[in-house]
Structure formats: C-alpha cells, structure tokens
Design a protein around this ligand. Structure first.
Ligand SMILES: Nc1ncnc2c1ncn2[C@@H]1O[C@H](COP(=O)(O)OP(=O)(O)O)[C@@H](O)[C@H]1O
Ligand SMILES: CC(=O)OP(=O)(O)O
Ligand SMILES: [Mg+2]
Length: 403
C-alpha cells in the first residue's frame, strides 16, 4: 500500500510518499511560495540529492499536480502512475470537538472541518485547499484526515474550560483544544516502547519544541492537559509566538499603539517569542550562538524560554501527582542540548538528574539523557508526525476494506 502524506500551509505543500509494507519513505519534498510566479519545488527520492526547480504555481491544485508529475516522472519519480497512490493522509490542524480520532474524508467530514475554520483561520483553510487538490488529482484514492487536536480530546472539562462566562463556550465553542497531538502521541508511544513498559503504567510529560511549541501531560497513554489552547498561541514561549501573557495587555497595547485587531494578532503570532525578545531571530541555533557570544537579549530570551518550559513541566508533575518520563522532541528538543540542560535545572525535587555528558553528545535515534539514579527518565525521542499520519491512514483503509 502506497500512502501519500500531505501537510498544507497557506503557501506550501509538504509531502512524503510511504510504502507501508516496510514503512519506507519512497520520496518526499516541499512546494514553497504557492501563488507566486517563482514557486520552488524541492523533491527527493530515496535520500538522493534533492531536485529543485522554480515554476509558476498558482494554487494548491496546481502544486499537487506538479508533485504527482514528479512522483510519476520516469527519471525523478518512483511510481508508474498516479493510480499507484492508494491513500492520502492529510494533516488537519483543528478538528474542534467534532473529531477525536482520524477519519476517512467524506462530505460530512468536510463540513465538520469547515465548521472549525473560525477557530483556526491560519491553518484550516490551507488544509481544506490541500484536501480539495488531492481529491481532484487523485479521485480513486482513499483520503484520510488526521487532526492535531484529536489526541487532546481526552482532557477533562476542568482542564479545557476557560474561566470566562460559560455562554462563550456554548455559543462559540471557546475552550482549550491543544495541538501537536499527533507528535505527542507518537513520542509517548515510542518512549513506552523504548523503556519496555506499558503506556498505561506511565506518567509522561512531553515537550514538543520546534517553531511552534507545546508541552503535554500524558497519563495512561491519554492526554490530560496541554499548554496550547483554543489556538496554537497559548502556553509556552515559541519562536515567534508569545504564549501566555496577561490578557489585559492586548486592549492596553491596542490603545497605546493604535493597533488594529489584525495588527495585535500579528504582533503576538509573528513578532514575539524568541524573535521579539532577542530582536535577532526565531531560530534557536542563531539565538544560542548569539547568547554564547555574549548578546544580552539573546541570553534573556533563552532564559525566559527555558524558565517558562520548566514551569509547565512543574505544573504537569503537580497535575499527575508525579512524573516517570520527560520527553524532548521536535527541532529544538531534539537538537538543542543547552535548552534541555537549562530546562532541567531545579527539577531535582522531582528526583530528576540529567547526565550532562549524554545530553551534550547525542547519537541519532531515541536516547536516555538522565543518570541511572534519576527517578525520572529523561528521553530525547525524534518525532515523526508524517509516519504517524501514514499509519493512521493505513489503519483506516484496512478498517474500510474489512467493512
Ligand atoms: N542543531 C540545532 N540546534 C538548535 N536548534 C535547532 C537545531 N536544529 C534545528 N533547530 C531548531 O528547531 C526549530 C524548528 O523546529 P521544527 O520542529 O523543525 O519546526 P516546525 O514547527 O516548523 O516543524 C528552529 O527554531 C531551529 O532553530
Ligand atoms: C499547531 C502548530 O502550532 O503547528 P506548528 O508547530 O507546525 O506551527
Ligand atoms: Mg513540526
């Protein structure tokens, strides 16, 4: 079974083609700057040098057509025919309360995803364009939606409700949903496997820290709380997003700086976080380097970033009455030893002890970076949201076949 996994942003399509019998990635790539006359297509086959070309790609339909042309190209491709794509797994960011697991896409599912556009105006519209494009170009394939929010639908009401007038929940579904669920679930399962323990026995805190960042409390394999909320802006300090702030700042700044709603939204989503505080970059590599070279604000941003993450970890240890496993994952979590080190300071009251040497020098793959004495297993687990989406897609296709 060949499964194509698609993750569509407003101006991009990320794709990976899997042969599910071996879970091998046959090809992967990225179409950038869709909507411009200088769109860029990066396409890789079996780890060979990427093929890069510039073209005019006006929309997602055209972008996907281009991807399929590459995948079936006699030279650059891996398939004879687009008909060899058996199923497509789509990342859909906001499933709201409509979806607590992945589903095969039909008219009713599309209606459900559209209902959540208001809750995720930046994410759901491009996700819908991607689904439309893929159904148009691959009408014979089974299409599956895998939601970032689904894993967090197990949160109890006292964790997902905001202390606002309840009518806002009833009228507008204003509540906490959480994101990165596919990643949190994947690394939690890998962690249990790595430790040779059933997930039901473990209290896990997973830190998915990439450009977006969130921390989740996982008890008995289920999400019981997570730092992102109604939108992916709540919670941790991120690359360009502020995370938690006093909500009164919003009307105050709008008044003082004469900002519109769109401007204040953009300030909090695109010009805050590491970038806003350091004034240098949202990229953790550049921040670490600048801090190392003595830049005061880079250092401040790094201290805030790790301090806020440590507070989230402490609060989730309180939520679950302890923690057995702490996981670091995604671009920053997997690569930035300094971030892991600073985050784990002052967690000795939990019995957590980091092995500094292991932390500093990590081989690839899942690793333990705590000492043998440490009461908490601190693990670095590379995430793989695409593989998880491919597996969910295969599961649903097989379920359909069995009727
Ligand atoms: N070697 C590294 N050291 C520190 N940070 C890194 C390293 N490699 C990647 N990162 C950081 O990972 C982040 C991107 O994470 P990623 O999970 O790829 O993001 P996305 O949310 O876009 O999927 C960037 O801030 C980048 O600086
Ligand atoms: C939901 C979200 O924040 O996703 P990303 O980290 O990909 O921006
Ligand atoms: Mg990511």
């Amino acid at each position: 079974m060949n499964v194509l996994v698609i993750n569509c942003g407003s101006s991009s399509i990320k794709y990976q083609l899997y042969r599910m019998e071996t879970e091998e990635v046959l090809s992967k790539g990225l179409v950038e700057r869709i909507g411009s006359d200088r769109s860029i297509v990066h396409h890789t086959v079996n780890g060979r040098e990427p093929w890069v070309e510039t073209a005019e790609i006006l929309d997602h339909r055209q972008g996907l057509y281009q991807v399929l042309a590459l995948l079936t190209d006699p030279e650059k491709g891996v398939l004879e025919d687009a008909g060899d794509v058996d199923a497509v797994g789509h990342r859909v960011v906001h499933g709201g309360e409509n979806f607590s697991s992945a589903v095969v896409i039909d008219q009713e599912v599309l209606r459900g995803i559209r209902q959540n556009v208001d809750l995720a105006p930046l994410h759901n519209p491009p996700n819908l364009s991607g689904i439309d494009a893929a159904r148009h170009n691959l009408p014979h394939a089974t299409h599956v939606a895998v939601f970032d929010t689904a894993f967090h639908q197990t949160m109890p009401d006292y964790a997902y409700m905001y202390p606002l007038p309840r009518v806002l929940y009833q009228k507008h579904r204003i509540r906490r949903y959480g994101f990165h669920g596919t990643s949190h679930q994947y690394v939690a399962e890998r962690a249990a496997e790595f430790l040779g323990r059933p997930p039901e026995e473990l209290k896990i805190i997973s830190c998915h820290i990439g450009n977006g960042a969130s921390c989740t409390a996982i008890e008995k394999g289920r999400s019981v709380d997570t730092t992102m909320g109604m939108t992916p802006l709540e919670g941790l300090m991120m690359g360009t997003r502020c995370g938690d702030i006093d909500p009164a700042i919003v009307p105050y700044v709008m008044g003082k700086e004469e900002l519109t709603l769109a401007e204040v939204n953009s300030m909090m989503n695109k010009h805050s976080g590491l970038l806003g505080v350091s004034g240098i970059s949202s990229d953790m590599r550049e921040i670490s380097e600048a801090a190392f070279n003595g830049d005061k604000y880079a250092r401040l941003s790094l201290e805030m970033y790790t301090y806020r993450l440590r507070k989230a970890i402490g609060s989730y240890a309180a939520v679950m009455d302890g923690v057995d496993v702490l996981i670091f994952t995604a671009g920053v979590g997997e690569n930035a030893s300094l971030v892991r080190e600073w985050t784990c300071r002052n967690l000795s009251y939990l019995g957590l002890e980091l092995d500094q040497e292991k932390n500093a020098d990590l081989p690839k793959g899942p690793q333990r970076i705590s000492t043998d004495r440490s009461r908490v297993n601190v693990l670095v687990i590379p995430t793989d949201e695409e593989l998880m989406i491919a597996r969910e897609t295969r599961r649903l296709v097989q379920q359909e076949e069995q009727g």
